[in-house]
Structures are given as structure tokens and as C-alpha cells.
Design a binder for this molecule. Structure first.
Ligand SMILES: NC(=O)c1ccc[n+]([C@@H]2O[C@H](COP(=O)([O-])OP(=O)(O)OC[C@H]3O[C@@H](n4cnc5c(N)ncnc54)[C@H](OP(=O)(O)O)[C@@H]3O)[C@@H](O)[C@H]2O)c1
Length: 196
């Protein structure tokens, strides 16, 4: 079985994953969540299935911009996961020494990045970061998408989805509505026969 790939991400209702400057203050609507890029640490204690998701993955491909933002949070939230940071600009020495055993920089096509995980026996990767997700979608290399829609319109920002070379058919798996107004939907990507 090839390494499975999942997206697990929060968007505004108008489809943005961050404001134009990368800020995430809108994630919990109270402006006190700037140090986390996922809604799982909201003050209500509800984690929206994030722990279950983390238990299912063993690796990540974490976009360079998102990686650098997560580093500013201080505490590394992905301990125990093997992380590949795709980048054409970052050098391995720029990864903090304490993270170097688990975090590798790699420059390559999505299929090459995924092969690195596959060869090492990783079975389920979280693909994170806007441009990174878009590249994997264009390459036909996403298996599952979970989007948590936050009930807010922010008008402008970094979009989750972008241009495609062909349509991506999705099969709806589940939608859950939470008291906070967050609506989470999970989809399976329908792979065409020419994709792996
Ligand atoms: N709402 C959420 O749940 C959520 C989740 C994740 C991220 N975010 C936010 O999204 C923003 C970042 O997203 P983004 O779209 O700007 O960027 P991103 O995907 O995090 O990073 C993009 C960068 O990754 C590198 N890259 C990606 N694929 C590559 C490949 N195949 N080969 C080589 N390099 C590759 C490139 O780095 P180089 O330029 O070094 O080549 C590219 O510029 C941040 O503000 C973050 O907080 C939000």
C-alpha cells in the first residue's frame, strides 16, 4: 500500500486558510488563538477530532511557510511525527538542532517527496500548507480531505484551493456540526485509474 495522504485544515467560510499576512486570529473568533494554526486548542476544549487524526498519521509534509510560522509558536506540536518540509530555499541547517532528527528539508515534486516517506515505511502523511496542498492536489496525490469551516468571512487571504489541471472528484464521507458553529466535512478523493 502506498503512503496515504490526508489534508486536515481549517478555513473561513469564504475559503481562506490565513489572512493575506498569514495571521490566524480569526480561527476562534476571539482573537486569542494567534499561536496555533488549527482550531483544536480553542478555549471550549473541543478538539474537533484532531487528536484522533494525529493518532492516525505517522508523518507530515509541511509547507515551508507553515513550518516557519509553527517554529515561531515556540513549542513543537508534532513530536513523534516524521516531518518533511518541502523547500527550494531552506537549508537543513536552518532547522533547529533539537528538531533535526525528525524534520528533513527536501526539494522535489510531490511524488518524490511522497516516495521518501514510502521508502522509509511511513504509511499515512498529513499534507499541510496552502501551496503545498495545492501542488499535491494538482499531482493527484491526495487521498482524503477534512475541512473545518469556521463561521466567519474574512474577505481576503491565502486560499485553500487553486487552479487544477483537471477536476478532482470527491466522495463525501461525513459532516459534523459543532456548537461553536464549526462545520467539519471529510471527503475521499476519487482517484482516476492513471493515478497511483
Ligand atoms: N487554517 C489552517 O488550518 C492552516 C493550516 C496550515 C497553514 N495555514 C497557514 O497557511 C499559510 C501558509 O500557506 P502557504 O500557501 O503560504 O504556504 P505553504 O504551503 O506552507 O508553503 C509554501 C512553500 O513550500 C515550499 N514547497 C511546497 N511544495 C513544494 C515542492 N513540491 N517542492 C519544493 N518546495 C515546495 C515552497 O517553499 P520555497 O519557497 O522555500 O521553495 C513554497 O513556497 C500560513 O499563514 C499558515 O499559518 C493555515
Amino acid at each position: 500500500m502506498p503512503t496515504k495522504t490526508s489534508v486536515y485544515i481549517a478555513t473561513s467560510l469564504d475559503g481562506f486558510i490565513a489572512r493575506p499576512d498569514g495571521s490566524l486570529d480569526w480561527l476562534d473568533g476571539s482573537g486569542d488563538n494567534e499561536t496555533n494554526d488549527h482550531p483544536e486548542t480553542q478555549s471550549s476544549g473541543e478538539d474537533y477530532g484532531f487528536k484522533d487524526f494525529m493518532d492516525r498519521i505517522d508523518s507530515m509534509i509541511l509547507g515551508r511557510t507553515t513550518f516557519q510560522q509553527v517554529l515561531k509558536f515556540g513549542e513543537w506540536p508534532y513530536t513523534g511525527k516524521h516531518v518533511i518540509v518541502p523547500s527550494s530555499t531552506l537549508s537543513p541547517e536552518e532547522v533547529p538542532e533539537r528538531l533535526q532528527p525528525e524534520v528533513k528539508i527536501a526539494n522535489g515534486e510531490p511524488s518524490e517527496l511522497l516516495s521518501l516517506l514510502d521508502i522509509e515505511g511511513y504509511r499515512h502523511a498529513w499534507i499541510d500548507g496552502g501551496k503545498t496542498i495545492q501542488r499535491f492536489l494538482r499531482a493527484g496525490l491526495i487521498d482524503e480531505i477534512t475541512v473545518s469551516r469556521i463561521p466567519v468571512l474574512i474577505g481576503a487571504g491565502i486560499p485553500l484551493f487553486g487552479e487544477l489541471v483537471r477536476d478532482v472528484d470527491l466522495e463525501h464521507a461525513q459532516t459534523s456540526c459543532f456548537d461553536s458553529g464549526l462545520v467539519q466535512s471529510r471527503y475521499r478523493v476519487v482517484r482516476s485509474s492513471e493515478e497511483h
